[in-house]
Design a protein around this ligand. Sequence first.
Ligand code: NI
Length: 238
Amino acid sequence: MTPGRKKCLYVLGTVLLYLAMIGMNHRDKEEEPARTVSGQNIKIEKNQEEASYEERKRVALTFDDGPGESTERLLDGLKERNVKATFFVVGEKALQYPKTIKRMKEEGHIIGNHTYSHVNLNSMSCETAMEEVRRNSDLIEELTGERPVFLRPPYGECAKKMKKELDMFIVLWDVDPLDWSVQNTGAVTASVLSDVRDNDTILLHDIFDTSVDAALQIVDNLQKENYEFVTVEELMFP
Ligand code: NI
């Protein structure tokens, strides 16, 4: 082969190779990217949906012993944050703050029963204890048009007989920062944030300003961590 012919073949080969590469590139641009890009998009969207579903955590805020002077401020803060909570109210307090009780109901919160005069249900006969609960339910029904179905007995205990005869759901709690004793917004907030887990019920008392502030800080923090605030009803019957 002469050097001239060799060079000619070399150039021809290079040109053919170049054309082949352009052809492949062209096909890539026309077909592959379209399919790959849309395929990737679908996959990304699906992954995001799965992740957000898996990461969704639920928690219930519950408030005992109110209403009190700070409760309206709490209701304002919950409304601002689109949060529904559960209030275990005491009959004697409900009589003092009937408008607050009505507002709770209007704004979608659950009103539970915490007895009429915050008695220790263990220290009395079952009949008297049930009367304490019934009397409070009568009052709440009178104020809101709805009889409570959730009961939080003061001091945690309640006879099985009572549960059966009153046909109510007893609601206890998982997270208790002892806010009534601590009465310090930062400490109560920190305690709840370190203890809380998915599906927990948090116990606070809306009769303390410090607890109201803590509740709103807890909401702000946990909402950032993908927690959804639900009522005890939603937590018990998802
Ligand atoms: Ni109490």
